[in-house]
Design a protein around this ligand. Structure first.
Ligand SMILES: NC(=O)c1ccc[n+]([C@@H]2O[C@H](COP(=O)([O-])OP(=O)(O)OC[C@H]3O[C@@H](n4cnc5c(N)ncnc54)[C@H](OP(=O)(O)O)[C@@H]3O)[C@@H](O)[C@H]2O)c1
Length: 367
């Protein structure tokens, strides 16, 4: 049995349950790739899983390795996986109910892997998958945001919000954002036309942010009353998308609502996050910095990663990686999944994706 260093928890709880220990090195099964981990990053949901608050929807086996984002290199692959070469640099958003990447090695479904950006080191790339996919899916899959439309990003100072502002602005949308004082200039620099402070729900919201908006993207926890007020900022026929629980619809005005649940997707991932990074694009990623620990090298640094899921505020940095001009195309994934987000699953990909050799449609029906 081969072993590796891993951070694991044997019972649910706060960061005190994390232990850095020897664990069995996983062996890739059918459809899986073994990734030699360069870095992982901490997302809020990591703490929710560790606290045991998602056991009904995402039961994890204990002991469990946290870390949903992974950047690393292909070490081996299981039966039925075609495409990746050993040593190839990859990134992925890992399944929530499987072991994560706070270890020297992690298993990833081949379908979740995409080529790592060439203009970022792997430690920075670990900050991209979950938040980039969240922003992309919210704006373009749920809201169907187009050039010329308006969007309010509530909570733009965070990692998802940073991507959302950049992606929306780059798509030609007019972006209004809310952010704390520490983040306002950065968010403005990402392309927001107007930046307001945290919303004061005791006063009319429109006085602070204007509107109505074709889309409202909410990234902040809200009470039912605050949620209803956010829906009130959506223009007739528009949409309210929330990552923190559903906002109400307003059928009388044709206002729809979508509760976001980010899915791992190598098809949108390359477009949303690293296509332009590979191309040296002009956008900046406000994602959370990956935790590499102690100033040591990220490459293969399991000890450094030991602190990753710990959520200690001081350990989270906001890197300013330069990333892509976004929608709708980017460099194709070099791995097995090459699907077209313009075409439904199973359908023929669009001409441009066909020209890149992508085999099928990857657009999921709207939920
Ligand atoms: N449903 C899903 O699939 C999904 C996926 C990803 C994330 N999420 C959720 O989406 C939320 C955002 O994620 P994240 O990764 O971006 O979190 P994050 O990096 O921790 O960012 C949160 C930021 O929001 C800002 N903020 C806090 N309270 C605010 C308020 N009242 N008004 C405006 N801004 C406020 C703060 O930034 P400043 O003070 O610097 O402005 C804070 O740093 C989290 O709750 C996360 O769990 C859900």
């Amino acid at each position: 049995m081969s072993t590796m260093k891993a951070v694991r928890f044997h019972c649910y709880g706060d960061s005190g349950v994390l232990v850095h220990e020897e664990a069995e090195r996983p062996v890739p099964g059918p459809g899986q790739v073994l990734v030699r981990v360069a870095a992982t990053s901490f997302n809020p949901v990591d703490a929710t899983i560790r606290a045991g608050r998602l056991t009904e929807v995402f039961p994890v086996e204990l002991p469990h390795v946290p870390g949903l984002d992974v950047a690393g290199t292909v070490a081996a692959f299981g039966p039925g996986v075609e495409g990746p070469r050993v040593g190839e640099a990859v990134v992925a958003f890992l399944p929530l109910d499987a072991d994560g990447a706070a270890a020297e090695y992690a298993l990833a479904p081949a379908a979740s892997l995409a080529a790592a950006p060439r203009t970022l080191d792997l430690a920075d790339a670990a900050a991209l998958p979950a938040v980039g996919l969240t922003a992309w899916q919210a704006l373009f899959e749920h809201a169907g945001l187009r050039a010329g439309q308006s969007v309010l990003v509530n909570g733009a100072g965070g990692a998802v919000g940073g991507y959302a502002v950049q992606l929306a602005a780059a798509a030609g949308a007019r972006v209004t954002a809310t952010a704390g004082a520490r983040s306002a200039d950065r968010v403005r620099g990402y392309g927001a036309e107007r930046v307001a402070g945290y919303l004061d729900h005791t006063a009319p919201l429109a006085d602070a942010v204007g509107g109505p908006f074709d889309a409202v993207l909410n990234l902040v926890a809200t009470t039912p009353e605050e949620s209803a007020a956010l829906t009130g900022l959506v223009a007739d026929g528009g949409i309210a998308v929330s990552a923190t629980g559903p906002l109400p619809e307003d059928p009388a005005r044709g206002v729809r609502a979508a509760a976001l649940f980010t899915r791992s997707d190598a098809a949108t991932g390359p477009r949303s996050v690293w296509c332009g990074a590979g191309a040296g694009g002009a956008h900046r990623a406000g994602g959370r910095g990956p935790v590499t620990g102690g100033g040591s090298s990220a490459e293969g640094d399991a000890e450094g990663r030991a602190a990753a899921p710990d959520a200690a505020p001081g350990r989270r940095t906001r890197r300013r990686a330069r990333v892509p001009p976004p929608p709708p195309f980017g460099a194709p994934s070099v791995l097995t999944v090459r699907s077209c987000v313009r075409s439904p699953v199973g359908a023929r990909p669009c001409a441009r994706c066909r020209s890149q050799g992508w085999s099928g449609g990857g657009r999921r029906p709207r939920r």
